[in-house]
Design a protein around this ligand. Structure first.
Ligand code: HGY
Ligand code: MN
Ligand code: MN
Length: 417
């Protein structure tokens, strides 16, 4: 790391203030945020992001799926940029830091570079990816997947939410219009994120060098039974969709426990007609499975399909299982990890290699460009919860490592193109 890079310091106080200002957009009474993709709160956060990036000397472009990409020009603007990114959208009961931290840390890096007065050799970009969470529009990581060519644009635009609104319509309602520029792919991508798990805090390490993200798959399981009177329908004459779905929820949990460190979750269930004295006629259940080893996850999936078939037989219901996301495990780039480790050591931040349990936009980017992730601890490992919190010093340390790593690639000190 050159002396010039060494003394380029981020401003941890300004980073914290930006995070708290962003957290006021879509704030919930319990102290979290609800900025589901392309809702009005997400639209406000996108507008705020754009305004802050322009004030930091960037041009901000929008692509066809609504990804926002801010660009701080470099000395040679024909060279591929170094990109940072994460997401502004949140879970319905999300926290202040999931996604927001990576975007605000990237903004702080842009601000620090701009204030240093030293124009980097190549452009530095910051992406705010559309619909990372996938809670309103499934699947997750939608914007980065379209950017990486993993999900066809038309397929993404046609996805509907629970009210039948398409992504295309939601983009129009949010006033998103593609700006048309395309300077080409970056030479590398870095994402800073809270760990969303307990390891770094338990180990007392402020920096996680993310070596890979475990793979995952999502399913939508539709059970079709027969709605009938709860009082006058004998037990042996029922086609109870909820009883069948409950069997699958329990089986999925057992599959996850039997394949640790993998995991399995049924997070959403829609029961129709959802009335106390009606035998449920239909149920739509979400199911997801994750594991660091794709072969093991495949075995988990086989057991899952067997459990679905058995539950349907036992409760005399029809069932349809649709796979809506297949995301193989993603190793991150050695050169990116090396830059992250080098910065942590230079700055004397204890660091730890770690596999990500959560998926991130960096997973999609890692399929097309060398990518790396920097984790920082979050309190109790809690995330996807309004109580999510993190320490300002850890957030600042992760942001400084992000800055050093990006500059290492800008200056060609790392094994980049
Ligand atoms: O689901 C995930 O892993 C991410 O938090 N969206
Ligand atoms: Mn996230
Ligand atoms: Mn998340």
């Amino acid at each position: 790391m050159s002396a010039a890079q060494q003394d380029l310091k981020i401003d941890g106080r300004r980073l914290w203030d930006s995070l708290m200002a962003l957290a006021r957009i879509g704030a919930t009474p319990a102290g979290g945020v609800n900025r589901q993709a392309l809702t009005d709160a997400d639209r406000q956060a996108r507008a705020q992001f754009t305004q802050w990036c322009e004030a930091a000397g960037c041009r901000v472009r929008t692509d066809a799926i609504g990804n926002l990409i801010a660009r701080l020009p470099g000395q040679n603007d024909d060279l591929p940029a170094v990109m940072m990114g994460s997401h502004l959208d949140s879970q319905p009961t999300g926290g202040k830091f999931d996604g927001a931290y990576g975007v605000m840390a990237g903004l702080e890096v842009l601000r620090a570079i701009r204030e240093s007065g030293r124009i980097p050799p190549r452009a530095v970009e910051l992406a705010a990816w559309t619909n990372e969470e996938g809670t309103r529009f499934a699947p997750s990581m939608m914007g980065s997947a379209v950017y990486a060519g993993l999900l066809p644009l038309e397929e993404a635009l046609a996805v509907v939410d629970a009210d039948g609104v398409t992504v295309a319509e939601a983009l129009r309602q949010a006033g998103v219009s593609p700006s048309g520029e395309d300077p080409g792919l970056p030479m590398a991508y870095f994402e800073a994120h809270i760990e969303q798990g307990p390891v770094l805090e338990a180990e007392g390490k402020p920096i996680g060098v993310v070596t890979a993200a475990q793979g995952q798959c999502w399913f939508r399981v539709s059970f079709q039974g027969q709605a009938a009177h709860a009082g006058s329908t004998p037990m042996n004459m029922r086609a109870d969709a909820l009883a069948a779905a409950a069997r699958v929820v329990t089986a999925l949990n057992e599959i996850g426990k039997a394949h640790a460190p993998g995991c399995a979750t049924a997070g959403r269930m829609v029961v129709t007609p959802n009335s106390p004295n009606v035998i449920p006629g239909s149920v739509v259940l979400s199911a997801e499975m994750r594991h660091p080893d794709d072969a093991v996850r495949s075995a988990m999936e086989s057991l899952f399909h067997e459990a679905v078939a058995a539950a349907a037989r036992e409760h005399s219901v029809q069932v349809r299982t649709d796979k809506i996301l297949e995301q193989p495990a993603a190793p991150f780039a050695a050169a990116c990890m090396q830059a992250i480790r080098h910065s942590a050591r230079q700055r004397q931040y204890p660091c730890l290699d770690i596999v990500s349990g959560a998926a991130h936009d960096a997973v999609a980017l890692s399929r097309i460009v060398p990518s790396g992730m920097i984790f920082v601890p979050c309190a109790g490992g809690i995330s996807h919860n309004e109580a999510e919190s993190a320490e300002p010093d850890d957030l600042a340390a992760g942001c400084q490592v992000l800055c050093d790593s990006v500059l290492a690639f800008c200056h060609g000190d790392a094994a980049g193109r």
